[in-house]
Design a protein around this ligand. Structure first.
Ligand SMILES: [Zn+2]
Length: 128
């Protein structure tokens, strides 16, 4: 049993070592190196502007389709290629949620007031 176990562990170790070697070589000569060397490859810098005036230059391969919008990395708003007319900022969800929350609280408060008023009337009628 001990001998079999030892052999199994050795095989595992050999497999792991081989895998690490392969991964290491992939990282060294992988896509990242190709990108750095890719100056010869045709690329375009496409500027995008968001509603806050942030300019984002997106490097795209010349074959790649230019996206209509690009999320601004600074503020997260959608950015477009037209500096004069950036895409409008979408309605911010937290505000809507907050507003809905406030409305719910108001309606709850109103409901409580109405309920209390009704109870008071009932008490008055029963008391009188
Ligand atoms: Zn922005």
């Amino acid at each position: 049993m001990i001998g079999v176990t030892a052999t199994w562990v050795d095989d595992q170790g050999a497999h792991v070592a081989g895998g690490n070697a392969i991964r290491g070589s992939r990282v060294g000569a992988g896509p990242m190196g190709e990108v750095e060397r890719g100056e010869a490859a045709p690329r375009r810098r496409i500027p995008f502007w968001c509603a806050n005036g942030h300019e984002t230059r997106v490097v795209l391969a010349s074959e790649a389709d230019i996206p209509e919008f690009w999320d601004c990395p600074r503020c997260g708003l959608p950015a477009g290629q037209d500096r004069e007319e950036p895409p409008p900022a979408p309605r911010i969800e937290p505000y809507k949620t907050h507003l809905a929350y406030v409305r719910e609280r108001r309606s709850d408060a109103d409901g409580d007031a109405l309920l209390q008023e009704a109870l008071d009337r009932l008490r008055v009628r029963r008391g009188g």
